[in-house]
Ligand binder design. Structure first.
Ligand code: OAD
Length: 229
């Protein structure tokens, strides 16, 4: 089976009703990154950060995958599909994709603020973490999210996966956050690269096939293209 590697970003979940970060009306217009997505923000105001991610988790209980996610899960019939997502939602898994890695963490998990390997799954209907909820060693639980300024532990694994791709599909990301955005450059010479996004990213290399569409329509088109592989 040919290896199809997918790098997805916030745009793939937009049609499910989850806001992107940098579009107008995006999350980073309402909140300051420094306040809710950095270790310094956490040290300054744990309550604000905890509330922010509690809201994100609550929203997750109310949304469903769209055809962008579902169409990629369907492609597992004919391709070895590996998803690398920058998203912290669980919509790829909910749609049925079986191989998903989350570069920037997962909303459905929390971890010890002191011991990064003490990671806990939240039960599916639980969305709230409170200040005072502790790990087994007595330290506060924090979101299992990679914040700005923190290392991205899965980046090497992701680069390795991209370097083995026959086809790379980049979907719904502004490609503005590194190191994730740099993954594109790990694709081998003969790898076909598709980029699905209604707007497009700056400095997209000219060897990338740009499908200027939203995720649902774009994945439908990708399925058609891949029928001929
Ligand atoms: P951005 O908000 O930067 O980019 C979203 C992309 O989705 C843009 O290129 C939009 O054009 C596109 N888009 C909008 N609607 C779409 C639709 N219906 N279908 C497909 N695409 C659509 O989000 P990311 O690139 O994912 O990190 O951002 C990367 C990282 O920055 C995130 O993982 C997050 C953020 O800060 C952390 O929180 C650590």
């Amino acid at each position: 089976m040919k290896k199809l590697v997918v790098l997805s970003g916030a745009g793939i979940s937009a049609e499910s009703g989850i806001r992107t970060f940098r579009d107008s009306d995006g999350l980073w217009e309402k909140y300051r990154i420094e306040d809710v997505a950095t270790p310094e923000g956490w040290r300054r105001n744990q309550q604000l950060v905890t509330d922010f991610y509690n809201q994100r988790r609550k929203q997750l209980l109310e949304v469903e995958p769209n055809f962008g996610h579902i169409g990629l899960a369907e492609l597992e019939k004919d391709f070895d599909v590996q998803i690398i997502t920058q998203n912290v939602d669980n919509l790829h898994e909910k749609a049925g994709s079986t191989k998903v890695i989350h570069l920037h963490g997962e909303l459905t998990k929390v971890r010890s603020e002191r011991y990064e390997n003490l990671i806990y799954d939240l039960s599916p209907d639980k969305y709230e973490i409170k200040i005072g909820d502790l790990c087994e060693k007595g330290y506060q639980l924090r979101p299992h999210i990679v914040w700005f300024g923190e290392a991205v532990p899965l980046i090497e694994k992701a680069a390795e996966l991209v370097s083995q791709a026959d086809i790379l599909a980049v979907i719904g990301t502004s490609l503005s956050v590194y190191p994730a955005a740099g993954l594109l450059y790990h694709a081998p010479m003969l790898c076909k690269i598709y980029y699905i996004d209604p707007k497009g990213a700056e400095n997209l290399p000219n060897y990338v096939n740009f499908i200027k569409k939203g995720a649902a329509e774009g994945v439908k088109e990708l399925q058609k293209i891949l029928r001929d592989y």
